[in-house]
Design a protein around this ligand. Structure first.
Ligand SMILES: *Cc1c(COP(=O)(O)O)cnc(C)c1O
Length: 422
């Protein structure tokens, strides 16, 4: 077997303090909602491995699609060339995306999909010689870890060393249910000046900020204000896409269409990295020119990788199967039922669900306590062979869609048991 010491000695893990490197769990196999470890444990992946997995681990249909594609064409430069997997996936995406989004730009992950969206929006105005350079975002936002994505995201401990290098963005408050009218007013005042070019947002729920769910009606108001003032709306559906929130895309809860939408995480069912930035004809048209200076000069080596596209097409077919659609309803109902059961629990300040997302905020006294609570929660559930990775004092669940009722009940029971230890 491979030398496990190499992990601690030579591998630098994401979001992991060096002192915690020895805690990594050695996974040897994934199967459905379970992760099998080298020492014989079977851990329930209740967070879909950072929100990417839709149909369970190592799904044979997706695995086979990747294998078949690898025998045919593993990769080809996407400038000057095209291929069937990209075409097939594009047709599928166009069938479910908001009808105004007609152009698909491929990249590798959620951060790059957002980089592309931000660059498209900026150059859209630049190409037309219109001065609309300001970008507006929501307080607490998370759009990824690359520089553009960090710039439009919340400034916090994750971005602190880089603050000086991030470009200026105007943040409006997060609409928390109390302040929604003021937030809409904030946007109105900003756009009235006429120099705002884009508004980027995570529709319906801010994931990394702690699964903060907000009002569809307020989001609709914000989008209307933006649209009335020629501000491009960028919906970051990297997390929310593919039915996480009950609708195929979370923006659908508003009945409105964004000008640009980014998707990634669930797109391949969680098997291979792939990012998509979809935009309207209107946005695309601003780049129509034979001048190089007006071209969108952006790309990645693995743009539209055929294996990733084939995986995405296979995942798409599974997603729209009767089985999966029924599962989505079941999960959504069970989550909603569980949040009702918890509503008056003395140890929590809120229990919410939206589609397949469940979010429970614990009452805490201080921030320092929150940090230690995070690892207490993580360790507690892992000891029970459940992977739940809380965000601060928020316990959340975003299971693979193949999870069964009895497995969900087991997770709910474990959460209630944990609450009773507090
Ligand atoms: C995860 C996430 C990203 C970043 O995606 P990566 O693939 O991790 O780069 C961007 N936006 C949202 C809303 C996300 O949840």
């Amino acid at each position: 077997m491979t030398n496990i010491l190499a992990n601690e000695n030579h591998i630098w893990h994401p979001f992991t303090a060096h002192t915690d490197a020895h805690k990594n769990i050695f996974v040897t196999k994934g199967e459905g909602i379970y992760l099998h470890t080298h020492d014989g444990r079977k851990i329930i992946d209740a967070i879909s491995s950072w929100w990417v997995n839709l149909h369970g681990h190592s799904h044979p249909v997706i695995a086979n699609a990747i294998y078949q594609q690898a025998l045919q064409l593993e990769h080809v430069i996407f400038a000057g060339f095209t291929h069937t997997p990209a075409l097939t996936l594009t047709e599928k995406l166009l069938a479910i995306l908001p009808s105004n989004l007609q152009k698909i730009f491929f990249s590798d992950n959620g951060s790059t999909a957002n980089e592309v969206a931000i660059k498209m929006a900026i150059q859209y105005w630049h190409n037309q010689g219109i001065h609309k350079k300001k970008i507006v975002a929501l307080a607490g936002a998370y759009h990824g870890d690359t520089f553009g994505a960090m710039s439009v995201g919340d400034r916090n401990i994750f971005t602190e060393p880089f603050t000086h290098y991030l470009f200026d963005v105007v943040f409006i408050d997060f609409p928390d249910g109390q302040n929604d009218e003021q937030v809409v007013e904030q946007l109105k005042q900003l756009v009235a000046v006429g120099d705002v070019g884009a508004f980027i947002f995570e529709p319906m729920v801010q994931g990394a900020a702690g699964m903060r769910i907000y009002s569809a009606q307020t989001l609709a108001h914000l989008l209307l204000v933006a649209k009335e003032n020629q501000v491009l709306c960028i919906a970051d559906e990297v997390f929310t896409g593919f039915y996480r929130t009950g609708k195929c895309f979370a923006t659908e809860h508003t009945g409105l269409q964004p000008d640009i939408m980014t998707i990634s995480k669930g797109i391949t069912g969680g098997t291979l990295p792939l990012g998509v930035t979809a935009c309207s004809q209107e946005v695309y048209r601003a780049f129509e020119s034979n001048q190089l200076a007006k071209t969108f000069l952006h790309g990645h080596s693995y743009t539209a990788n055929p294996l990733a596209c084939a995986a995405a097409s296979a995942s798409y077919d599974l997603l729209f199967s009767e089985d999966c659609q029924r599962q989505l309803k079941t999960i959504s109902n069970l989550h909603a039922h569980f949040t009702k059961r918890l509503a008056l629990h003395p140890k929590i300040s809120s229990a919410q669900s939206l589609g397949t997302i469940l979010s429970i905020e614990l009452k805490t006294e201080t921030n320092g306590y929150e940090n230690s609570l995070r690892s207490i929660i993580y360790d507690y559930f892992l000891a029970k062979d459940i992977l739940l990775r809380p965000l601060g004092n928020v316990i959340y669940m975003v299971p693979p869609y193949v999870i069964r009722e009895e497995e969900l009940n087991k997770l709910y029971d474990a959460i209630e048991e944990f609450l009773s230890t507090l």
